[in-house]
Write a protein that binds this ligand. Structure first.
Ligand code: PBG
Ligand code: ZN
Length: 327
């Protein structure tokens, strides 16, 4: 009998057949980036679990070092700093002995092969929690923020960062960062730009973790409107034109369509950031026994690869590597 329908099940019959025809490669350890929150405190053994992100910790310098040394096959980290003091110029962000600068020096001294990426933003260091300079009338100044962002990036590079990731969403930041790095001799430091960053409610747990909630207003005047997809391509192309070496799309899962479109619009490496809220939801459901968390995690990350991500920033990095869930 000749079937008149397509028999898709033929190639799904056995694990080897499925492996043979699978279109998306399994996750690789070398493509996973682990975010870390490092706290400026006299107690370098500081270690505090983030309530809305079970399994994630704010770490003092010693604990950060330990974390990085004990996670097997860890290839890359993304550092966020939590300073002891904040002001309205974010001076902690570009201080020579700021917490991120110290963390970078420590990690690179211990593990020169580790790719240390730094988040370059001012919000954690600003008393008002915005990513740029706040004017008296409540608006965020774009152009006067750029030198501070650039100075922050240069200070990270000077400390030994392998790559800097500006996430402030000011216009012209990539050009400013690239120009400042080059002027200071860091022509070989790549810029991983948060090119496509939406004003998302999925950042909620991060703001608790990094103490970076804006005290007034929101970030909608600089982060992107969730309804816009074509605009993502403008942002992506702009950042490449300004000199970005690789781009981030963020959040990841709810914006997989954006990831897919950006993948087709530009040719630089692309990174998906599975953000704090995405992690918190999966984790909460997992802890309640409502989902098979491990399976859901792997499926959510595979989806990002399928959509076009070359690398993934995820709070599941430690678990993926410890439990040997990646190749
Ligand atoms: C700082 C920054 C944020 C995130 C990364 N860098 C927060 C924000 O923009 O409010 C979010 C990360 C996450 O939610 O996991 N600009
Ligand atoms: Zn910020």
């Amino acid at each position: 009998m000749n079937a008149i329908f397509h028999r898709g099940r033929r190639l799904r019959q056995s694990p080897p057949l499925r492996d043979l025809v699978r279109e998306t490669a399994p996750l690789l350890a070398e493509d996973i980036i682990m975010p870390c929150f490092v706290v400026e405190t006299d107690n370098s053994r500081f270690r505090k679990e983030i309530p809305s992100m079970p399994g994630q910790f704010q770490l003092g310098l010693d604990e950060l070092e330990k974390q990085v040394e004990t996670v097997p096959r860890l290839a890359a980290v993304l550092l966020f700093g939590i300073p002891a003091r904040k002001d309205d110029r974010a001076s902690g962000a570009y201080a020579e002995n700021g917490i991120v600068q110290r963390a970078v020096r420590r990690l690179k001294a211990r593990r020169p092969d580790l790719v240390v990426i730094t988040d370059v933003c001012l919000c954690e260091y600003m008393s008002h929690g915005h990513c740029g300079i706040l004017s008296a009338n409540g608006t965020i100044q774009n152009d006067s923020t750029l030198p501070l962002v650039a100075e922050t990036a240069v200070s990270h590079a000077r400390a030994g960062a392998d790559m800097v990731a500006p996430s402030d969403m000011m216009d012209g930041r990539v050009a400013a960062v690239r120009g400042a790095l080059d002027a200071e001799g860091f022509t070989q430091t790549p810029v991983l730009s948060y090119a496509v960053k939406y004003a998302s409610a999925f950042y909620g747990p991060f703001r608790e973790a990094a103490h970076s909630s804006p005290a007034c207003g929101d970030r909608k005047s600089y982060q992107m409107d969730p309804g816009n997809a074509r605009e993502a391509l403008i942002e992506a192309r702009t950042d490449v034109a300004e000199g970005a070496d690789a781009l981030i799309v963020k959040p990841a899962g709810p914006y997989a369509d954006i990831l897919y479109r950006v993948r087709r619009a530009v040719d630089v490496p692309l990174c998906a950031y599975q953000v704090s809220g995405e992690y918190a939801m999966q984790r909460a459901a997992g802890l309640n026994g409502w989902i098979d968390e491990r399976a859901v995690m792997l499926e959510s990350l595979l989806g990002l690869k399928r959509a076009g991500a070359d690398m993934i920033i995820t709070y599941y990095a430690e678990e993926l590597l410890r439990q040997k869930l990646v190749r």
